[in-house]
Design a protein around this ligand. Structure first.
Ligand code: FAD
Ligand code: NAI
Length: 470
């Protein structure tokens, strides 16, 4: 294609949740907008190799395990047989349908998808580079929004070959169920994808540097979570660091050392998943042409989504804050509304997190540790799912809901839940907290019976000490 110059109000680089939502909102607000995306499909990490395919496998593997382990107790005798090819195919179909859906939304909102690698070539100018390295288009932009996302972090001595040593992308498409899988990193990716393969039959060992799992999660909740995963058969080696990995034809040999010092040991597994975090993508983006210098970890600093260069904005995983699709989406809306002269706003204190394992873990706001460190006096109300009728009749009564509220004003400061479906229910508390609700507001709100959501109300009652059903 010949190089052509087109002028837009907004040019977005990256078509993930941050970039595609920015494109849609800009189109809605009547701006001319283009989104440059180098992948063959829109949707970024999230739709292609992240949130969506992982949840497709989590859902399917959960049903597989339930059919084999839990159905008989409720009077359904079946012997499930795994069809991994079909499980992967249904995952791929969901991904294809959703990425096509984003393409449809672009057309609906008159946002142009410019295929290729985007590179900033000075103020107000984005060049698009094709697979052959040639510039295929030059876009002139009143505003440039960087939404290039993130990629898996590497570990010296552990070379990801996507065959025996995989990152999250490889772990979404293993060709067989491993007999044994070692996961490096007890974070969200390691525990979600580790759960998938354990349910399908792998022996899973998780090697974690820290002496706890899921840093950032409320400690009491994380301990309960670890106990639950251990009961399911996941083996944890905490306080351990991997110093090397050697992939053979049919297995991998790992050297692992205690962080506190001591003798190294050798572990062997069919496959290794490296999941020790993600890093921002800015290489080759031409940031130097506009004087933007990423911080030491590669993130682009922003103030209300504005970078240090006039007319250039950054949103999503490439900027600071939690690396979550909905955080990127919120920033997209706020950034575009700010560009349009409206009052863009993101409440960073109320961005929920969910781990989609069984049981799920969901939280929003501050942890007990954060409140203690800040010297904030708080009261806690807690309710176990063993006392919730719906959880009981479904034979899924593991976990609890914990509500933390200001000791004086009763404003809800944090909510931490572990149990089936808590990922769906956390939004109730997000809304409550956006309205600066007191725990009493939730405690006095009628909830339908019998639902798990009643546990959310009972935990709120507990803040003032009048939980009725436990
Ligand atoms: P990305 O989604 O990474 O998109 C950036 C896009 O920019 C990519 O498509 C990339 O190809 C493109 N790009 C980069 N550079 C250029 C360039 N120079 N030119 C053109 N295009 C470029 N988050 C959740 O909230 N919930 C989940 O359940 C969840 N599950 C996850 C599971 C896994 C396995 C992984 C890996 C991540 C998961 N995440 C989840 C995180 C989520 O995927 C990210 O937070 C989210 O995708 C970030 O959105 P983004 O738009 O900032 O970046
Ligand atoms: P993570 O940051 O969640 O966890 C990484 C873990 O690896 C930490 O526990 C860390 O202590 C450990 N670690 C770091 N270096 C190590 C080493 N050398 N050896 C052993 N352990 C080491 O990162 P993860 O799991 O890779 O996920 C990246 C991000 O993707 C998440 O933080 C999250 O933002 C996003 N994500 C969100 C999901 C969701 O919302 N459900 C699902 C999957 C990913």
């Amino acid at each position: 294609m010949a190089d052509t110059t087109t002028t837009y109000d907004v040019v977005i680089i990256g078509g993930g949740p941050a970039g595609y939502n920015a494109a849609i909102r800009a189109g809605q607000l009547g701006m001319s907008v283009a989104c440059v995306e180098k992948r063959a499909t829109l949707g970024g990490t999230c739709l292609n190799v992240g949130c969506i395919p992982s949840k497709a496998l989590l859902h399917a593997s959960e049903l597989y395990e339930m059919a084999g382990k839990d159905f008989a107790a409720i009077g359904i005798d079946v012997k499930p047989k795994l069809n991994l090819v079909q499980m992967m195919a249904q995952k791929a179909e969901s991904v294809a349908a959703l990425t096509r859906g984003v393409e449809f939304l672009f057309k609906k909102n008159k946002a142009d998808w410019v295929k290729g690698l985007g590179r900033i070539a000075g103020p107000g100018k984005v060049e698009v580079v094709g697979d052959d390295g040639r510039v295929t288009a030059t876009l002139s932009a009143k505003n440039i929004v960087i939404a290039t996302g993130s990629e898996p972090s590497g570990l010296p001595g552990v070379e990801v070959d996507q065959a025996r040593i995989v990152d999250s992308t490889g772990a979404l498409s293993l060709p067989e169920v491993p007999k044994s899988l070692i996961v490096i990193g007890a974070g969200i990716i390691g525990l979600e994808l580790g759960s998938v393969w354990r349910r399908l039959g792998a022996e899973v060992t998780v090697v974690e540097f820290l002496d706890r799992i899921t840093p950032g999660m409320d400690t009491e909740t994380a301990k309960t979570f670890q106990r639950s995963l251990t009961k399911q058969g996941v083996v944890f080696k905490l306080g351990s660091k991997v110093t090397g990995a050697k992939a053979g034809k049919s297995d991998v040999t790992l050297t692992v050392e205690p962080v506190a010092g001591g003798a190294p040991e050798t572990l062997k597994a069919d496959y290794v998943l490296l999941a020790i975090g993600r890093k921002p993508v800015t290489a080759g983006l031409g940031l130097e042409s506009v004087g933007i210098v990423p911080d030491k970890r590669g993130f682009i600093d922003t103030d209300h989504w504005k970078t240090s260069a006039a007319g250039i904005w950054a949103i999503g995983d490439v900027t600071h804050g939690p690396m979550l699709a909905h955080k990127g989406e919120d920033e997209a809306v706020a950034c575009i509304e700010t560009i349009a002269g409206k009052a863009g706003h993101v409440n960073y204190g109320i961005i929920p997190s969910v781990v989609y394992t069984f049981p799920e873990v969901a939280w929003v706001g501050q942890t007990e540790e954060e409140l203690k460190a800040a010297g904030r006096a708080y009261k806690a109300g807690k309710f176990p799912f063993t006392a919730n009728s719906r959880a009981k009749v479904n034979h899924e009564a593991e976990g609890f809901v914990k509500v933390l509220a200001d000791a004086v004003t009763d404003e809800i400061l944090g909510v931490h839940m572990i149990g089936p479906d808590v990922g769906e229910m956390i939004a109730e508390y997000c809304v409550a907290m956006e309205f600066k609700a007191a725990s009493e507001d939730v405690a006095r709100t009628c909830h339908p019976h019998p639902t798990r959501s009643e546990a959310l109300r009972q935990a709120a009652m507990g803040v003032e000490g009048w939980t009725m059903q436990a």
